[in-house]
Write a protein that binds this ligand. Structure first.
Ligand SMILES: [Zn+2]
Length: 232
């Protein structure tokens, strides 16, 4: 009798620990799933802004596979990010379609950014390094497009000086940077959009681009004539 009672108690204790382990595993995996959606700004839907939210105010345009976003740091005038519309950590996991469309974006963005701001070259950077400052790291595939300009440029009331011209870019430079969107950033976005549209037309591109910026940038900004772009 005593042995039977002991065995029953033993089973209860074991069952308790097994259930505890299962619940810990479940909550851990839910935590990681939650962390991915919570901590990845690149995954925030661009429509949040159109619906009156404050997210992704820097998104200029998108296709189903990629979106092009202005970098709030405009030390390099026109600098932006081409962000995959899917949360994967590495280029190796791109589908053939995503890879092929990246080439189309690169062919369109590079000449459009050069023409828009009078730059000589556009540097491309694939990094995701900053994601590894967090534990666990949660990188999201994106490319930096960094127009480089030999001359000092005055644009929408700001002076842009590529002090690293003829050298590698310096991502620690933070002049002309604002996280709360400013009129000069809207003007840059409108200019990028108008030159991208022209490039897509000139190339008879098959990229199906939706211009998000048109939902909130004043129409008057979306013309070349009202934008001052002087070279020193
Ligand atoms: Zn993401």
């Amino acid at each position: 009798m005593i042995l039977k009672k002991y065995l029953i108690n033993e089973m209860k204790i074991r069952t308790f620990f097994i259930l505890l382990a299962i619940s810990a595993l479940l909550s851990n995996s839910l935590y990681s799933m939650n962390k991915i959606t919570q901590s990845c700004i690149a995954c925030t839907p661009v429509r949040a802004l159109v619906a009156g939210g404050q997210e992704n105010v820097f998104t200029i345009c998108q296709t189903k596979l990629w979106k092009y976003v202005l970098n709030p740091n405009q030390h390099y005038l026109g600098r932006g990010l081409l962000v995959l519309q899917r949360h994967i950590p590495d280029l190796e996991q791109l589908t053939d379609k995503e890879e092929q469309e990246f080439i189309q974006w690169r062919r369109t963005l590079t000449p459009a950014l050069k023409t828009a701001f009078g730059g000589r070259i556009v540097n491309l950077l694939y990094g995701t390094n900053l994601a590894f400052r967090e534990t666990p790291p949660n990188p999201h595939v994106h490319w930096h497009f960094i127009p480089r300009n030999e001359s000092k440029v005055t644009f929408a009331g700001q002076i842009f000086h590529d002090t690293e011209w003829a050298s590698v870019f310096d991502l620690s430079k933070k002049d002309n940077m604002a996280l709360e969107i400013q009129p000069f950033q809207k003007a840059i976005m409108a200019t990028v959009a108008s030159y991208l549209k022209k490039q897509l037309q000139d190339d008879k591109s098959s990229l199906d681009v939706e211009f998000i910026i048109e939902h909130y940038v004043d129409d008057k900004l979306n013309t070349d004539k009202e934008i001052e772009c002087k070279k020193d």
